[in-house]
Design a protein around this ligand. Structure first.
Ligand code: TUI
Length: 315
């Protein structure tokens, strides 16, 4: 089996999680230049936007980077065309089953790494030609599944032969070391990169993440089958109240319309969707992306060596 750095073409086995309306060429290039795989998130964007961002990332870095396809996006087929035309090295997918697009992507030489939230989808993706899978636990931010990272990662690792990349709850060296112990060959990190210097979001969004604690997030949308994890605020309280009183999908969509842009662009952290993983409490300061990656792997190695003694201690 290839190791993850060989599949990704990176120095470190780390992918930057796709964050819709947030992860642009500048963040992706900074992560790639820092030795990870930067990802441009195409969810909610046009094909022209994606074309421009791919060109921009290529100007900013000579390292490989990838694009994420959010499978609920209505213009997905056009976005796949841009990825194939631009010969993007790696695609990650989220919020669905990318099976329909696999042949087109693989035919254009694109490596495909679906994000999965269950063993069943991981097995299916391996059968359909995926190069690796990201097993993402419910601790993650944004659109999420039901199973925790601790339970999901080893079960996916047992079920497939392709490399497994662990996501959901990984923000530092301890999380990365734990992911490797669970059978993952790499990690995907998103929330920690919200505080990257090169992350182009409103300062109020960054500050809210840095201020957050362990209990600061909640998941809305369970009643519609599309749970989304965000920082608790006026909007999540309103949505959860509507869900508890039998609000319809249409009513929920109406109060959430434009809410991600409100948080990301306007810094409205009260009424906007401040997507975040449960590890926001571990994010303490703004740092360059390259420094986040270096610190994470330096700490993971030290922790691995320190904690080895615990396994061999006699009681
Ligand atoms: O995709 C994500 N996270 C996202 S996408 C996004 S944009 C958005 N905005 C508002 C509402 C909804 C989405 C924000 N965050 N993560 C990857 C991920 N995929 N997590 C979980 C899954 C997943 C869940 C169920 C993948 C497949 C699946 O089932 C598919 C099937 O057919 O079995």
């Amino acid at each position: 089996m290839l190791n993850v750095s060989e599949v990704l073409g990176t120095e470190y086995p780390i992918i930057q999680g796709a964050m819709a309306r947030i992860a642009d060429a500048e963040l992706a290039a900074a992560v790639s230049s820092g030795g990870g795989l930067g990802i441009i998130a195409s969810g909610g964007e046009t094909a022209d936007w994606l074309r421009t961002q791919i060109d921009k990332a290529r100007e900013l870095t000579d390292k490989p980077f990838g694009v994420n396809l959010m499978l609920l996006a209505p213009n997905i087929s056009e976005l796949v065309d841009v990825i194939c035309e631009k010969k993007v090295k790696v695609v990650t997918t989220g919020a669905g089953n990318p099976g329909k697009y696999m042949a087109r992507l693989k035919g254009a030489g694109v490596k495909v790494i679906p994000v999965v939230a269950s063993v069943a989808l991981a097995v299916r993706m391996e059968r359909e030609g995926a190069d690796a899978v990201v097993a993402e636990g419910t601790e993650a931010g944004g659109h999420i599944g039901e199973i925790t990272t601790m339970a999901l990662t080893p079960q996916v690792a047992d079920a497939v032969s392709i490399p497994v990349i662990c996501a959901g709850g990984v923000a530092d060296g301890r999380g990365a070391a734990a992911a490797f112990m669970l059978g993952a060959k790499g990690v995907q990190v998103a929330t920690r990169f919200l505080s990257a210097k090169e992350c182009n979001i409103a300062q109020a969004y960054k500050d809210a993440i840095i201020k957050a604690k362990d209990t600061s997030t909640t998941a809305t949308g369970r009643s519609t089958g599309h749970p989304v994890r965000c920082l608790k605020n006026k909007l999540t309280r309103k949505v959860l109240k509507l869900e508890a009183t039998g609000g319809t999908s249409e009513e929920l969509d109406a109060i959430c319309a434009g809410s991600l842009a409100a948080a990301v662009r306007d810094g409205d952290v009260d009424n906007g969707s401040v997507m975040s993983g449960q590890v926001a409490g571990l994010v303490k300061k703004e740092q360059p992306a390259a420094e986040i990656i270096r610190d994470l792997f330096t700490d993971a190695e030290r922790i691995y060596n320190d904690r080895r003694a615990i396994c061999t201690e006699t009681i």
